[in-house]
Ligand binder design. Structure first.
Ligand SMILES: *[C@@H]1O[C@H](CO)[C@@H](O)[C@H](O)[C@H]1NC(C)=O
Length: 297
């Protein structure tokens, strides 16, 4: 009796242990399992749970994912440069390689102490960008960590801030608008000096007496179909683009519920745009002689 009870207890502990370590494999995965410094290694600083990117007058810094992905959702928990961040840009983005590349950008445009950071989003599709939108935020992004996510599936690309969608690029291939669907993308971040354009259109310059400028990451989560280059493009396109299960588990980011915003999310998007939108390329006829077709009427 006693020994079988003991075995039961050990099995129970084992099951609990496996369950806990599986939960841990998502949010808590170490940065260095997913990413590596991409430039200025000495400006990329690991501090326990945190990863810091540092900009000073010698260099900015960046990191890049070790793998590429076709569809998925990526999230970074990020605390932006405190105090005077004017002239600096911190970016969190996905990008493919090559001339006709695709890219989904979060660019955080710094500002003087007390003035609001702006979040610029942009999409490049087949090498063509010029799709900027700018928003301010409903919180101080330098005071604490907030989650910034990009969801990408065959129906839409969604930018989210703390799970609130701030921008949607729906698949409008039926109207002849190109949609990113056949290039695997890496996940990147960087900080650099952009005082030729970032703050008040470039009028406010970086004040190097306030360097170093530091952006801090606490968590990075990549749920996506990891692209295996050796398998060959057509094979991977089918595997990651098709429906069903893969070695990453169920491709939940492509499921029905992910194909469009929920009613609640649509309301959140309307709220965010109504209260925080600063600029939208869709409403800038001075810049575009022909109305961008993806913008609707
Ligand atoms: C910086 O602050 C000024 C003044 O509040 C504001 O007009 C501007 O949009 C802010 N952001 C940037 C990136 O210039």
């Amino acid at each position: 009796m006693e020994s079988s009870d003991g075995g039961g207890w050990r099995r129970m502990v084992m099951v609990l242990y496996v369950a806990v370590s599986m939960v841990g494999s998502g949010w808590c995965s170490k940065f260095d399992e997913l990413v590596q410094p991409s430039w200025a290694t000495d400006h990329v600083i690991y501090e326990g749970e945190l990863l810091k990117l540092k900009l000073d007058n010698s260099s900015g810094a960046g990191f890049a994912s070790k793998s590429k992905y076709l569809y998925g959702k990526v999230t970074a928990e990020l605390k932006l440069v405190e105090g005077d961040s004017a002239g600096t840009v911190t970016a969190f983005y996905m990008s493919s390689d090559g001339l006709n590349h695709n890219e989904f950008d979060f660019e955080f445009l710094g500002n003087r102490t007390g003035e609001p950071y702006l979040v610029q989003t942009n999409l490049y599709i087949n090498g063509v960008g010029d799709r900027e939108q700018r928003m301010d935020l409903w919180f101080d992004p330098t005071a604490d960590f907030h989650a910034y996510s990009i969801l990408w599936n065959p129906r839409q690309v969604v930018f989210l801030v703390d799970d609130t969608p701030i921008r949607v690029f729906p698949n409008r291939e039926d109207r002849g608008v190109a949609f990113p669907r056949d290039q695997a993308m890496g996940v990147y971040s960087s900080i650099w000096n952009a005082d030729d354009w970032a703050t008040e259109g470039g009028r406010v310059k970086t004040d190097w007496s306030h360097a170093p400028f530091v952006a801090t990451f606490r968590g990075l989560r990549i749920d996506g179909c990891e692209w295996a280059p050796e398998a060959g493009g057509p094979v991977e396109l089918r595997r990651c683009g098709g429906s069903g299960w893969g070695k990453e588990g169920r491709y939940w980011w492509k499921e029905k519920a992910m194909e469009a915003l929920s009613v609640h999310q649509s309301h959140q998007l309307i709220w965010a745009r109504a209260n925080h939108l600063v600029y939208d390329y869709c409403n800038d006829p001075a810049r575009f002689t022909t109305h961008p077709p993806e913008c609707g009427k």
